[in-house]
Design a protein around this ligand. Structure first.
Ligand SMILES: O=C(O)C(=O)C[C@]1(C(=O)O)C=C[C@@H](O)C=C1
Length: 384
């Protein structure tokens, strides 16, 4: 094959890809029109039966064209997720016209190239508006900026599938005067990044934020004598690797590329599936439509009596409320006292949830709602 033929084939591919993009944009516009019907008729945004029927039809048609089911399923699950999450975000915007402005000032940890920045871009990609990013040095600084009105939103990592809960953030939520208004999960792909031509055997020192160090502990321990230095954020780790001979940093491939570092090793995380969940906080709580999947997060201190935690948790069961997270943290200054963080699949606008929260008061010393927000952890429908 000549180079001219290759170029002609590539130009055909370019044309097909552009057509696909035009069709995807058209599909999205139609999906927004379907939303109008759902708002007017108070229908749930997600229609899993419709998704299932759609996927079955597409998989069968794809097969007749020589495309395998796995491929078709992956492509269309992504398209459906986009459609559902965009409809939900738009519905939320229409429900909170005063809270959601055209400019989003967002405070997050680190600067360009940090995982927080990537998660921030993902979350706000569904929320059109001008994004003004405030990189911060600490989690406290993030909530402070929101409390003082210097930022509209703060983005805080709360848990990771490899390293677990981020206790510092849970502790901060005990006192911060902010409400959780959203969540976003981000797939974290840790790479070892170094200046061009550096090889793994040349690396004498690794820079990283404590979280990536924890999530890649097996890889780092396996390097033997290599020194480790913790940094305030992934962005500062990248800068240190740029300025220190024979060193490397842990970060995403994109972040490395942006600052001129090259990937010398990929897949560093202890677990192949490495995802982080971030919460989005704001000064004021939002109204969340009952047409979308919703989570409610709260903190509670149970009474110092036998069985009081079990009694408190029974309230959720009795009201058919699914609890998806329970985390205990010590109370600073009160040795051996604990507060519990609870995530519920629940919307505080619903009467059975309000009843449950009222009853919870009988079994606790105090309860504080941290926020009620759109759940973005979307479970794909199963197609057999
Ligand atoms: O058909 C609908 O109800 C839609 O809203 C469209 C659509 C889609 O994008 O195909 C989106 C969300 C639903 O879960 C099912 C399908």
């Amino acid at each position: 094959m000549t180079e001219d033929t290759l170029n002609a084939l590539r130009s055909d591919i370019n044309e097909i890809d552009s057509e696909l993009l035009i069709l995807l944009a058209k599909r999205r516009r139609i999906s927004y029109s379907v939303l109008e019907y759902k708002i007017a008729n108070k229908k749930p945004i997600r229609d899993e039966r419709r998704e299932q029927a759609l996927l079955e039809k597409l998989i069968s048609y794809g097969k007749s064209l020589g495309l395998d089911a796995y491929y078709i399923n992956n492509v269309f699950q992504t398209i459906l997720e986009d459609s559902v999450l965009n409809q939900q975000a738009l519905l939320q915007k229409s429900l909170n016209p005063d809270a959601v402005g055209d400019t989003h000032r967002v405070a997050y940890l680190g600067g360009p190239g940090s995982y927080s920045q990537l998660a921030c871009h993902k979350y706000f990609s569904r929320r059109p508006g001008k994004l003004v990013e405030n990189g911060c040095q600490s989690f406290e600084q993030i909530t402070e900026q929101v409390e003082k009105g210097q930022a509209d939103y703060g983005l805080l990592p709360i848990e990771n599938t490899s390293s677990g809960s981020i206790n510092e953030v849970f502790d901060l939520l005990q006192h911060a005067q902010v409400s959780i208004v959203g969540e976003v999960t981000h797939t974290v792909e840790h790479c070892l990044l170094a200046t061009p031509d550096t090889q793994l055997k040349d690396v004498q020192k690794i820079f990283a934020h404590p979280q990536p160090f924890a999530q890649c502990s097996k890889f780092v321990q396996g390097l033997g004598d290599v020194l480790h230095e913790t940094c305030d954020s992934t962005s500062s780790a990248l800068q240190s690797a740029l300025n220190t001979p024979h060193s490397a940093a842990i970060g995403s491939a994109q972040a490395g590329k942006d600052v001129g570092l090259e990937v010398i090793k990929t897949g560093l995380a202890n677990q192949a599936e490495n995802h982080s969940r971030f919460i989005v906080v704001a000064r004021k709580a939002l109204h969340v439509s009952t047409q979308i999947p919703t989570k409610t997060s709260l903190i509670m201190a149970t009474k110092q009596q036998v069985g009081s935690l079990a009694d408190a948790l029974m309230v959720f069961k009795q009201h058919n409320i699914n609890m998806v997270k329970l985390e205990s943290r010590p109370v600073p200054g009160n040795p051996w006292e604990e507060v519990f963080y609870v995530d519920l699949v629940a919307n505080t606008a619903e009467s059975h949830v309000q009843k449950a929260l009222e009853e919870l008061k009988d079994h606790t010393q105090y309860v504080r709602i941290l926020g009620c927000y759109q759940s973005e952890s979307m479970q794909a429908v199963e197609v057999v």
